[in-house]
Design a protein around this ligand. Structure first.
Ligand SMILES: C=C(O[C@H]1C=CC=C(C(=O)O)[C@@H]1O)C(=O)O
Length: 372
């Protein structure tokens, strides 16, 4: 299938109001799509099926599944995934939204100072009028703009239309190998200067790393934690640590999901207290923002020997089950002619409410940049 017919097939699928997902994983020139044949809404609770999953922040809402057996899959290789220049969008600041976000963050800080809550991730949803509400053309713009992200467009007529460019892997499983990352701390990307991180950001990210390592301990062995590095996500920089381990034979995928979702990077710490605070005070429903999405239990076959001349060895292909889940960040939902953009940030005792507001404004630009 060539690029034109690939996008034509997607266009037709959307026009026929049938479910689909189109996505490209970070630093990857392959764009894949899954087209479901009818509009049945499949859900998963056990995560034992094979397919593409779209899971909410709060498991009280449904995790939607595009079943592998119910979908046609296509992929194309696009020649170069070159990060195009980030244009500087001037956002119009809504003063009411600013006041209410600052007041939410201040409430978070005072709760952290008085109680056992150490970190809470507080967010808001910003509405922007759209001049172009064609999801496929927005997806293409996101794809060309964000090389280091999992860029996607997901649609189900009974759920909604979501797009995003997320820098955050929740985890990936290949056979028994588990890889996850701890991503937190934010500052704007500046081409010329070397980033300097404050204690607030270093501490905020360390909370995430410690939490993840602790949570996976009962289910895995040989845990390995990398050094902290700075990574770029569009117009922003974050702190990142890579954590790898080996899954025990007795551990299910669902147990790993329950251990890791939602991480303190999107919820807070301790988890239940942070989640209670969010559900009580944020004043809107996050739905699939800070949930996760990705390939579930797909069989990948890898040949042991890539030397083409060694035909005998090539016959021994190893089949491994793989899952790749990304946290649904830097995302939006499209409803008619409006984009609902979701943005948040981690609050600790040292947070400054005005700066936290600015951080959400900077994050809005990730998505806002492709809408103009
Ligand atoms: C909750 C968000 O970001 C998280 C991921 C990376 C850095 C974050 C931060 O610096 O606060 C957040 O924890 C968001 O982008 O909406």
């Amino acid at each position: 299938m060539n690029e034109d017919s690939f996008f034509e097939a997607l266009k037709a699928q959307y026009a026929n109001q049938l479910p689909f997902v189109v996505y490209s994983r970070p630093i990857n020139s392959i764009i894949k799509c899954w087209l479901q044949k009818d509009d049945t809404l499949h859900k998963t609770e056990t995560f034992t099926e094979s397919g593409f999953v779209f899971a909410p922040f709060d498991f009280k809402n449904q995790s939607v599944l595009l079943l592998e057996t119910d979908c046609e899959q296509y992929s194309i290789e696009v020649e170069s995934k070159i990060e195009s220049q980030i244009s500087k969008t001037q956002l119009v600041i809504n003063e009411n939204e600013k006041t209410s976000h600052i007041s939410l963050v201040s409430k978070g800080i005072s709760t952290i100072q008085q109680e056992s809550l150490k970190k809470v991730v507080l967010s808001r949803c910003e509405t922007q009028e759209l001049t172009n509400n064609n999801p496929i053309s927005i997806f293409k713009k996101l794809y060309h703009k964000y090389k280091n992200a999992m860029v996607y467009c997901w649609y189900h007529p009974k759920v909604g239309l979501w797009l995003g460019a997320t820098p955050e892997l929740l985890f990936k499983v290949e056979g028994k190998q588990l890889t996850t990352i701890s991503l937190a701390g934010t500052q704007p990307y500046r081409r010329i200067s070397k980033p300097v991180w404050t204690n607030k950001e270093l501490e905020e990210q360390q909370i995430v790393t410690d939490y993840i390592t602790n949570q996976i301990q009962p289910y895995t062995s040989q845990i390995n934690v990398s050094n902290v590095e700075t990574v770029r996500a569009g117009n922003l920089l974050h702190l990142k640590t890579r954590i790898t381990s080996r899954i025990a034979n007795t551990s299910s995928l669902k147990s790993i999901i329950d251990a890791l979702h939602p991480t303190p990077a999107v919820c807070g710490f301790p988890r239940q207290e942070a989640k209670d605070f969010i559900l009580q005070h944020e004043n809107y429903n996050r739905e699939y923002y800070t949930g996760f999405l990705g390939e579930l239990n797909l069989k990948q076959s890898k040949t042991r020997n890539t030397n083409r001349r060694n035909v005998e060895n090539n016959a021994y292909a190893v089949v491994k089950t793989q899952s790749n889940f990304y946290v649904n960040l830097r995302c939006m939902q499209i409803k008619e002619d409006k984009a609902l953009i979701y943005v948040g940030g981690g609050i600790t005792k040292d947070s400054n409410p005005e700066k936290e507001w600015e951080e959400t404004v900077n994050k809005t630009k990730t998505i806002g940049n492709v809408l103009t």
